[in-house]
Design a protein around this ligand. Structure first.
Ligand code: PAZ
Length: 342
């Protein structure tokens, strides 16, 4: 590969090695997809959390991003509630459905537990662990939903760390899921690095200090959404996310993505308001976005979804925006499935 040639999806997968766990992960997904096909369930792939970009082969340092996986983990729960089977492909140690309610920093699980010492006269005087009374109702509802999902076998979890793990896994899972054709929904909420250091350019050992400043030139991660739409999936309903910090860029970037990749929907969100408002952007019709004579504003349809902003930073919003996002997507996905049957 020459210094300046950007990676295509094909040249990326031809030159960057797959993660060691890939074969094992594919077998697990294949079995899960077969089970859901037998049960006639719709399946959603939810990607969640951020990817790392290692700087060394024996990795000591890496680049990372802000994503905690809240969007993905929360949405996965609502998809399960809506009757979907979920493949939850997340950054290792980021938030997960159900356990997210008790994340170590915002709601530490140990604070929910109490030690009860039985009266001295009782036959068994071993101290018992119990859940604090005021926490029981919430815990019971999370635990009941979690146990029911476990019993029905509708959640399959996969983990990635690096952007390379993510790309290989996304391609493999998309290909497996294509067996479901229109019944597959792809919900790409992970925050994936746009830049990476190819293996061939990485230092083998820890980069040494002492030589002054550090200059690293990174390559662009290939735009794999095009391959996903054209090659890896068959008629699936694909939803990508677009995060911006400059509100003026949100609509043009979302429209450009739909034009470039030809998928069904982009959900735009801004960094600081992402928990309270998102923008659904879709083509008004599939032909109009490619026709330059059609006015841009009429070629796309944009709809805001909003929930109340909590009054104080520590107050919990009554409603999670993911509930509305998933409700709306399930409705549009069902229309998409039925379109084919007409
Ligand atoms: O993980 P989180 O809840 O902290 O953040 C969610 C998000 C902003 C990463 C997601 O909504 C999103 O926009 N993902 C795509 C980012 C992008 O590639 O533009």
């Amino acid at each position: 590969m020459s210094e300046s040639a950007p990676f295509s999806a094909d040249s990326y997968f031809a030159t960057q090695p797959p993660p060691a766990s890939l074969e094992h992960d594919i077998l697990g997904v294949r079995e899960f997809v077969q089970q859901q096909l037998k049960k006639d369930r719709n399946v959603v792939l939810v990607t969640s959390g951020g990817t790392t970009v290692p700087l060394e082969l024996n990795v000591v340092r890496f680049l990372d991003n802000f994503s905690a996986g809240t969007r993905g983990a929360t949405s996965a729960e609502y998809f399960l509630k809506a009757g979907y089977a979920v493949i939850f492909m997340h950054r290792q140690f980021s938030l997960q459905p159900f356990s997210r309610h008790y994340s170590h920093s915002t709601n530490p699980f140990l604070d929910f537990l109490e030690i009860e010492t039985p009266p001295v006269a009782s036959p068994d005087s071993t101290p018992q662990i119990c859940v604090a009374k005021e926490k029981r109702e919430d815990l019971m509802s999370v635990l009941t939903a979690y146990k029911s999902v476990q019993a029905s076998g509708t959640l399959h979890t996969l983990a990635f760390v690096t952007v390379n793990d993510y790309l290989w896994l996304l391609r493999a899972v998309s290909q497996e899921l294509s067996a479901l054709r229109r019944r597959a929904l792809y919900y790409l909420a992970a925050a994936v690095s746009d830049f990476f250091l190819p293996r061939q350019k990485m230092s083998e050992h820890k980069i040494q200090s002492g030589k002054g400043s550090l200059h690293i030139e990174m390559d662009q991660v290939p735009k794999i959404l095009k391959s996903m739409v054209d090659e890896w999936t068959k008629d699936g309903f694909i939803v990508s996310f677009k995060l911006e910090t400059d509100p003026a860029l949100l609509i043009p970037k979302a429209r450009a993505a739909l034009k470039r990749y030809g998928h069904q929907l982009v959900i735009g969100n801004e960094l600081h308001t992402r928990k309270y408002q998102v923008l659904f952007v879709t083509p008004s019709s599939h032909t109009s976005i490619l026709d330059d004579s059609v006015d841009e504003d009429s070629a796309f349809t944009e709809t805001w979804l909003r929930v109340d902003i909590p009054s104080t930073p520590s107050a919990v919003s009554q409603k999670e925006i993911e509930e509305d996002i998933v409700f709306e997507l399930a409705r549009r996905h069902s229309e998409w499935i039925n379109e084919k049957k007409l």
